[in-house]
Structure formats: structure tokens, C-alpha cells
Design a protein around this ligand. Sequence first.
Ligand SMILES: Nc1ncnc2c1ncn2[C@@H]1O[C@H](COP(=O)(O)OP(=O)(O)OP(=O)(O)O)[C@@H](O)[C@H]1O
Ligand SMILES: [Mg+2]
Length: 198
Amino acid sequence: MQRSILAAKRYRTTEHRDFHRSSEYQEGRRTRRSRDARALEKGSAYGRSLAADHWAYAEFEALSVMYERGAPVPYPVQVDGTELLMEFIGDGTVAAPRLAQSRDDPAELAGLLEQVVDAMHLFARAGYAHGDLSPYNLLVHEGRVVVIDLPQIVDAVSNPNGIALLHRDCVNIADWFTRKRVEVDAEALFSDLLATLF
Ligand SMILES: Nc1ncnc2c1ncn2[C@@H]1O[C@H](COP(=O)(O)OP(=O)(O)OP(=O)(O)O)[C@@H](O)[C@H]1O
Ligand SMILES: [Mg+2]
């Protein structure tokens, strides 16, 4: 018998993404039913459950698109209401560590940086910025970087905040690696990604 472990990510209605933060990502995305749009704006209980559904679905979609394009993301299995099931990244039942927990070994980190930059290019080539990239949303499994936490993925060009979010991703990554003594120029990375985007 073949067994595989899945990771379940459940979006709760009361915590997690709040409306103030989510509006930054949602601009330019249309909500079809205006009652839903109003509920979202008001942050009512109904609005909150809609938002939780929205984020689970958005993350499933984002994983599907990026997996298809060969990006190192967990394989998306299914979304059911507020719960997203995806490939579990880890050994047995032990989840892979986050990049933030990596050893301070510059040679090893340089290899991981290269993979992060490659992944960012795959996102840019698809027209997206991750939008919340940090060493906490990157797992390292058997030496391979896996990008997680994609619900807020933004269309870098059509979203009015897209370019700013892409820039923030670059700064987050460059700052962290630079602090670990693997120098990265955030602005150079940003302009490389812009060139990929346009
Ligand atoms: N597919 C996966 N396989 C293994 N572990 C995972 C997977 N997805 C997420 N995790 C673990 O769960 C943590 C939280 O996941 P994620 O970043 O997607 O959610 P989050 O709501 O942003 O939580 P946080 O605020 O802690 O970042 C990750 O840092 C990672 O340790
Ligand atoms: Mg996260």
C-alpha cells in the first residue's frame, strides 16, 4: 500500500488575514456579487467566512498555476471551503524546516539563494509577485527550496500594488541573505525581475 501524507491548511474566519491587509492584495480583483462585496467591506461575520473561502481558493489557484509552470511549490490536492489540502513537504510526519532556520553556512546559503531567485523568476515569468516572500514562507527540504503561503499572490502589472509588493519581496529576501553574509543587491534583483515581467 502506498501512503502519502498531506498538509491541510485551514483558513479561520476570525484571525489570519485581516481585511485591512487583504485589501492591498484584492484591489483589481472583482467580486461578482455585490452583496458579497459589501459584506467583505463591512467585515461582517458573513464577510469573514467569505474571505476565508476566498483565501483558501486563491491559494489553491495560485499553487495550481505555479505548479503547472514548474515552480517549486507543494502540489495542490484539493480545496474544500476554508480548507486547502496540499503535498506535505517533509520527512515522514516531520515538516521541512523554514529557510529562516538554516545553518549559517555561506556556501550552502548561496545555493539556496540561487534557488529562491530562480523561483522568483518563475513567478515573474507568469506575471506574478509572491507578495509575502520571506524566510518563513520558504521551506528547505533535502537541499531544495519550496515556496509556500501563496494566497496573496498578485498580478504584478494589473494590481496597483503589484510592483511595490514585488519590490518588497526583493528587499525581504536580499536583506535576510545579506545579514547572513551572502550579499544580495535588492535593487539589482528587482530590476532583473522587472525585465522578466515586461
Ligand atoms: N505543504 C507543507 N508541508 C509542510 N509544512 C507546511 C506546508 N505548508 C505549510 N507548512 C508549515 O506551516 C507553516 C505555516 O504555513 P503558511 O506559511 O502557509 O501559513 P500562514 O498562515 O502564513 O502561517 P504563518 O503566519 O505561520 O506563516 C509553515 O511555515 C510551515 O512550517
Ligand atoms: Mg506563512
